[in-house]
Design a protein around this ligand. Structure first.
Ligand SMILES: Nc1ncnc2c1ncn2[C@@H]1O[C@H](COP(=O)(O)OP(=O)(O)OP(=O)(O)O)[C@@H](O)[C@H]1O
Length: 593
């Protein structure tokens, strides 16, 4: 049975609207709600003041006091609305900040395979456009929508005091439009999820295309790549149009409801005034309320639409946050290396990508001091062995022990502190040379130590000649050559105090001078540490204490270079296939007579 030890126990990481989105801002949220309420009260009060004004106009009362009061209430209401809106925007931005930080942290802690499956662009879309959409939950959902709903109810109550028959006509007119809008809104959220998924896909494809730009340019494939991206963009437009079509229905349907209400009220109001059931000032106030009602009613309708976008984004965040992070591993606290055990020990390890077997029954031991070389044809599974030691991947069966303990017993942080790893692409961070060198160091060494490490890989002069030396930012305007990147990645290893060093084809991009230098460096490292090296150039294995020949996911044979040359035909083939390099010819001559 496959035991997935890649992940932490299931934990509910979904976004909680109250605790996760607005926590820490409750006071501001309360102030914003209070101000919005005051502004609403002012909005509801103004038509009543207009009624008093109309009565004052027809009577002998002075106009100064009613006009002044009305102006004060209207201006105060506008001011309260402005401050409330600003507070809300501030809370929204803070919420997005917290959310982005949380999602980025989560993404970095996911198992490598999950990150690959999700895709970089897709993850980027989460913290950009999805995060913006989620803001509508605060912008609209937290205050404005409930307030608009309260305004509608209050206004209807005041209107019913003026004339309840006309209120029934008003509700009837809007109810028709409301039912139609309700039907639309159910479909809006689904279409927005589809739209955001398509956006993530487009971002993913574009990111991958940019990463492959040198190849695309070299093969004059710009038009082809642009055409393919264009198709993805068209798919996005298609799904955006579905939600745009649905959302565009909301405004006109509401407008129709408003017109029906207006005509019905004018006709109904006229009839009730003719029958002396309604006075002119009351009718004027009622009409004003009706016009005033349209805004909040339309807002409720469109706000529910916008809220769907926020809720759709939340669903996408929840989907990502539900993916379990890498486990921290061992429950064993204070695990210490067993100095008598092998540094790395594989016992009948098998591994598969989905159902595709990659390693079958791999067993070997690498001592705590010395050089172990993994050789074999491309695709034999050499890099996979290294990634299993780093716990990037997890075996289907068998046991992997590191420094005397099961690899899963080590707390992840402890394990990776003890294992230094240089991957096949000699990855550098987009950051300064110093940042790149200090990546695995708990305590920052001084510049002399950094330069010494650079000297060991023949990079000291190169770095000192960069525009800002150690502070030069790599990865954008300034970058290193493939071989220099490789050497910088190796200098990084020298600065760590890891017990185990994993090197994936460390000489692949080096010239012969640097290759010899690196070999000396590896030999030096192997005197005090366990070095496991994946080597295509067999010259790298010349001094290996132990060579493992891998074929089709299994270990074919193991021994010293000389032993293998004398007894393993496949190893001899591998060596012969490298004969064109002078050092390897020397290697062949080392076979026992
Ligand atoms: N992410 C992946 N998903 C599925 N299969 C993969 C993945 N990565 C590697 N493989 C497969 O696993 C097998 C072993 O790959 P691995 O990189 O370990 O081989 P290798 O011996 O290091 O090869 P090379 O010397 O060419 O780097 C290959 O057949 C490869 O196709």
């Amino acid at each position: 049975m496959v035991v997935d030890r890649t992940v932490t126990a299931p934990e509910d990481r979904r976004l909680r609207l109250g605790a996760d989105l607005v926590s820490g801002h409750r006071l501001q949220l309360g102030a914003s709600a209070l101000l919005a309420l005051l502004s609403t009260a002012a909005t509801v009060a103004v038509p009543l003041m207009v009624r008093d004004l109309v009565e004052a106009l027809s009577g002998s009362r002075g106009l100064l006091w009613p006009v002044t009061l009305m102006a004060l209430v209207a201006i105060g209401g506008a001011l309260a609305a402005t401050i409330s809106g600003f507070l809300l925007a501030r809370i929204g931005e803070k919420m997005i900040l917290r959310l982005r930080a949380r999602v980025m942290d989560h993404a970095l802690r996911l198992p490598m395979r999950e990150v690959r499956v999700q895709g970089e662009g897709n993850l980027v879309a989460r913290i950009t456009s999805d995060a913006m959409m989620l803001r509508s939950i605060v912008d609209v959902g937290a205050i404005q929508l409930p307030l608009a709903a309260i305004t509608v109810v209050f206004t209807l109550v005041v209107m019913s005091v003026l004339d309840w028959v006309l209120v029934l006509i008003t509700i009837g007119s809007f109810a028709l439009a409301g039912a139609a809008i309700g039907f639309v809104i159910v479909r809006v959220r689904r279409s927005i999820i589809a739209q955001q998924t398509a956006l993530g896909e487009l971002a993913q494809r574009f990111t991958a295309t940019l990463a492959a730009l040198p190849t695309i340019k070299a093969y004059r494939a710009e038009s082809r790549a642009a055409g393919s991206l264009g198709e993805d963009a068209a798919e996005l437009t298609e799904s955006t149009l579905v939600s745009a079509r649905l959302q565009s229905l909301i405004g006109p349907v509401m407008g129709l409801g408003q017109q029906i209400a207006l005509v019905s009220i004018i006709l109904g109001g006229g009839a009730r005034m003719a029958a002396d059931d309604l006075s002119m000032p009351d009718f004027t106030a009622f009409l004003l309320y009706l016009l005033q009602l349209v805004g909040p009613v339309a807002f409720v309708a469109s706000g529910i639409g916008q809220l769907q976008a926020g809720l759709a984004a939340r669903a996408r965040f929840d989907e990502l946050l539900a993916i379990p992070q890498e486990t921290d591993g061992g429950t064993t606290s204070g695990l210490v290396p067993d100095r008598d055990a092998p540094a790395v020990e594989f016992g009948e390890v098998s591994f598969a990508y989905d159902d595709e077997p990659i390693l079958t029954g791999v067993s070997f031991r690498a001592p705590q001091r010395g050089l172990t070389a993994l050789v074999g044809h491309s695709g034999a599974g050499k890099s996979t062995v290294l990634t299993l030691v780093e716990r990037f991947l997890h075996p289907e069966s068998g046991s992997i022990r590191v420094l005397g303990h099961d690899v899963h017993a080590w707390p992840l942080d402890q394990l990776r502190k003890r294992v230094a790893y240089v991957d096949q692409s000699f990855t550098l961070l987009e950051g300064t040379v110093r940042d790149n060198l200090l990546l695995g160091c708990d305590k920052a060494p001084d510049d002399a130590a950094l330069l010494e490490a650079l000297e060991a890989v023949s990079l000291r002069e190169v770095v000192l000649q960069l525009p800002a030396g150690l502070e030069t930012v790599l990865g954008r305007a300034t970058d290193l050559s493939g071989g220099q990147r490789q050497r910088l990645a190796l200098a990084r290893v020298l600065l760590t105090d890891a017990d185990i060093v994993l090197l994936d084809e460390p000489t692949s991009q080096l010239d012969s001078i640097n290759e010899h230098r690196l070999r000396d460096m590896v030999d030096e490292l192997a005197k005090t540490r366990c070095v496991i090296v994946v080597a295509h150039r067999l010259s790298t294995v010349q001094h290996a204490d132990h060579v493992l020949v891998m074929e089709a996911g299994g270990v074919l044979d193991s021994g010293t270079h000389g032993e293998l040359l004398s007894r393993c035909a496949q190893y001899e083939d591998l060596v012969r296939s490298q004969q064109w390099t002078a050092p390897d010819e020397q290697l062949l001559s080392q076979a026992p007579a």
